[in-house]
Design a binder for this molecule. Structure first.
Ligand code: G3I
Length: 342
């Protein structure tokens, strides 16, 4: 059980000090409380950096104009993932017509604040424009997919740390999801996508990303086999993303071992969309377990929470993030800092 240390900035026993000195000490204490300290444990990003990790957040472009949203992001996080702005329905709404405005804003913000950028996501069955799903020929769909990847990854060439190249391609039983890509192109679409992404941006690290893969199960085993096959055949893959959308008290007991077995294949592991339902001490303990697992796996390079504040979370009803609806730090915030050794 992680006990969250109460963190009074400073206490003075008023009776022990003359009133003038008390006042000076109180003002000093307040200024310390109000000003983020410069030490390693004072923000999520500095605590993560003390263990060589990046701590990011999914960002929605239309919230960047809200001062508390932007200030919390800029103070606490060292990475961003555009929540929706790089998805196919936004970037290529009609065939051959590209729209990068919203994602460019996030990329520019991140670059001006020294944040690393995770691109999300080049090939996914969801948030696809209708014209893609309407393509009947496998070769034509493969052409559309590889061109999409070339244009989008090419537009951000040199700016993306990790790309989620393919997202959620497997079913819970380990079989392939019957997306339009799987149905029209067949099994090869995933490696075709990775090869196209590598050609478009050779320096970006390329990830396969999925959910419900946080322990060893049929789905994570199928992904493990695919990564092993890709590494054996020289298909360019550098990373596996674990979304880690978790329920309360549901961090699998083999969370760390699962990350480690993928790292042992010779890829980085990223916790890509972390949010954990609940509140209070249980949520704090759950977050701490995830962070400790990443700290223990050297190739776990990045943890990203899927949002900044509960109020804009895709599952806001579960209050799954580290800042509440008023941007106040929650118990889980402090347990994350503590789990990094802060
Ligand atoms: O942009 C339109 C807007 O024009 C319209 O007025 C509005 C109302 O219909 O919808 C807006 O689009 C919404 C979009 O988010 C942008 O806000 C979609 O309806 C909404 O479905 C979409 O939800 C996103 C969801 O993916 C879609 O599946 C969530 O914000 C986003 O957090 C979520 O993220 C996914 C990851 O990409 C992949 N892993 C799972 C994760 C949670 O579903």
């Amino acid at each position: 059980m992680i006990k969250i240390p109460r963190t009074p900035r400073r206490r003075t026993t008023r009776s022990a000090l003359p009133s003038a000195v008390t006042a000076v000490v109180a003002v000093a204490a307040l200024s310390v409380a109000a000003t983020p300290a410069a030490n390693a444990a004072s923000t999520l990003k500095s605590a993560a950096a003390s263990k060589g990790k990046t701590f990011g957040a999914a960002v929605a472009n239309y919230h960047l104009g809200e001062s508390q949203y932007a200030s919390t992001l800029d103070t606490e996080f060292s990475g961003v993932t555009p929540e929706n702005e790089m998805k196919w329905d936004t970037t290529e709404p009609s065939r051959g017509s590209f729209n990068f405005g919203a994602a460019d804003s996030i990329v520019a913000h991140a670059q001006s604040h020294g944040m690393k950028i995770r691109g999300h996501t080049l090939v996914w069955h969801n948030q696809l424009p209708g014209w893609v799903s309407g393509i009947s020929s496998g070769s034509d769909l493969n052409n559309a997919m590889t061109n999409h990847i070339a244009q989008v990854a090419g537009h951000y060439r040199g700016k993306i740390w990790y790309w989620d190249v393919v997202n959620e391609a497997f079913n819970e039983d380990g079989s392939r999801r019957q997306s339009v890509f799987q149905q029209r192109i067949g099994n090869a679409y995933i490696e075709n996508a990775f090869r196209a992404a590598h050609s478009a941006d050779p320096n970006a690290k390329l990830c396969y990303n999925d959910y419900n893969t946080d322990g060893q199960n049929a789905k994570s085993n199928a992904i493990y086999a695919m990564v092993q096959d890709f590494k054996n055949r020289g298909v360019p893959i550098d990373c596996v993303g674990f979304q880690s959308h978790l329920g309360s008290n549901q961090v699998p007991g083999d969370y760390q071992a699962n990350l480690q077995r993928f790292a042992n294949l010779g890829v980085d592991v990223n916790i890509t969309e972390l949010d954990i339902a609940g509140s209070g001490q249980q949520q704090a303990d759950d977050y701490a377990k995830v962070v400790r697992a990443c700290v223990a796996v050297s190739r776990c390079t990045s943890i990203t929470t899927w949002g900044v504040t509960d109020k804009y979370s895709w599952r806001s009803g579960s209050t799954p993030l580290l800042f509440d609806g008023n941007y106040a730090k929650k118990q889980a915030y402090y347990s994350v800092i503590s789990a990094f050794g802060g």
